[in-house]
Design a protein around this ligand. Structure first.
Ligand SMILES: [Zn+2]
Length: 213
């Protein structure tokens, strides 16, 4: 569902450009709104969410999909936690589809999906590991890396129930916007993947903006 936001970038209280292969790691307080902008188009933003006051409560793909009865995420989707509580709501979306089934890229999956020699290529899981290592104050460890959302990524499900990594449907300047229902720790890996069409084989920067409540 395409839904534009009334918020102006010039009114955001925080903004950050995130290169492909880099990460964004911040608390979005209850009532605040975060926008992720696909600056150059066809990018994938692999994102994890936690209750900022208790990181053992975090985004759950299973609870989210079950509650909304739809495997794709777009405007109107409520992100649920593993305690089945509201975490964030997608309040605007000019792309129209986001994936939460495909998981994030890792050096291990690169070897299985593409080639053994791809093992040393940079992957989202590495960016998350670096982020939690460089930000010990949030108290996350390797075991906390669980379900994620791949914003702007097009992963259609086949008739047989398989997943396909298809050409992106995003374009330069498209964005998705979420409002926090509780204080939410947001960890985005801006995907450096070079082996599938989710980012047009050309990883590019994203822009992240946050508005006060
Ligand atoms: Zn990735």
């Amino acid at each position: 569902m395409i839904k534009e936001s009334p918020l102006l970038v010039s009114d955001a209280h925080y903004s950050q450009s995130v290169d492909a292969g880099d990460y964004f790691f911040h608390v979005v307080k209850a009532g605040e709104t975060i926008r992720i902008i696909d600056s150059e188009g066809n990018q994938a933003a692999d994102t994890l969410f936690y209750n900022a006051n208790d990181v053992s409560e975090r985004y759950s793909a299973m609870d989210t999909i079950r509650e909304q009865g739809n495997v794709y995420l777009t405007a109107g989707s409520i992100l649920k936690t593993n305690d089945n509580r509201d975490l964030m709501e997608i309040v605007a979306d000019t792309c129209g589809r986001h994936d939460t089934l495909g998981g994030a890229c890792a050096t291990e999956s690169n070897t299985v999906r593409y080639d053994l020699e791809k093992r040393c290529m940079h992957a989202c899981r590495d960016s998350w590991m670096l982020a939690i290592q460089e930000n010990e104050q949030y108290g996350l460890s390797k075991e906390d890396i669980t379900h994620n959302i791949n914003f702007f990524m097009n992963v259609p499900i086949t008739e047989e129930g398989g997943l396909t990594f298809a050409d992106g449907i995003s374009a330069p300047g498209k964005y998705v916007e979420l409002q926090a229902k509780i204080d939410t720790l947001v960890l985005i890996s801006n995907c450096p993947q070079l082996n599938n069409p989710c980012n047009g084989y050309n990883p590019t920067p994203i822009e992240v903006c946050v508005w006060s409540a």
